[in-house]
Design a protein around this ligand. Sequence first.
Ligand SMILES: N[C@@H](CCC(=O)N[C@@H](CS)C(=O)NCC(=O)O)C(=O)O
Length: 228
Amino acid sequence: MRSNKPQLNNNKMVVGKLYMLDLSSPVRAVLLTEKALGIELEHINVDPIKGEHKTAEYKKLNPQHTIPLYIDGDGTIVWDSHAIMAYLVGKYGKDDSLYPKDLAKRAVVDQRLHFDSGNIFANLRAIVFPMWSAGEKGPNQKQIETVDTQYDFLNKFLAGKLWMAGNTVTIADFSLISSVSSLMYVVPIDSKYGDLLAWIERCEQLPYYEANGKGARAFKEFVKPWII
Ligand SMILES: N[C@@H](CCC(=O)N[C@@H](CS)C(=O)NCC(=O)O)C(=O)O
């Protein structure tokens, strides 16, 4: 493995290594954070579809064998996109706007991050994993109803707000847009969820949105064969 020490690349300091694949929505949440912070990470592709996450070398770094995995220039190892985003903002953010230090504000961001882990991403994974691993077609009616309920919650979180945790962009938006922009190809969002649809458009206007957009389009093509 190469050195973990920060190195210069095109006059930008490469602050750490990200083990990743564009198709993966949690990876894309970290890519959005990287761009928003204006830092540069070395990108190392690890393709779970080819089993590249199950090598002894990778499992030594992350026994849970998930992507994304981050290794900072100082050697700190972090996995889980939500933990990586929080770490990067704390270490490299010029201010705390993406992940506020204020406890009340942070609690709202944390709730949204956990909502992604426990609900939005969890359902995306539950629907998509059997597709590529076992060729199953989906989603079924029960899954559609569950996801629709979660879209309803997201729509309610946004009532009277521009962004998921208030009126400024936070890592909660990065986490949820990366998942929602994949899930919506599997379970379309009903037009009655106007605040949610407007938020997606707002995210797409962010100057660094392509960090998610490219992989989200690739995901759409990837899942097409199994969608009923
Ligand atoms: N909660 C984790 C989820 C990570 C995750 O499940 N990543 C998938 C790819 S999208 C993966 O690595 N799957 C392979 C495995 O779990 O073995 C995060 O946010 O990083």
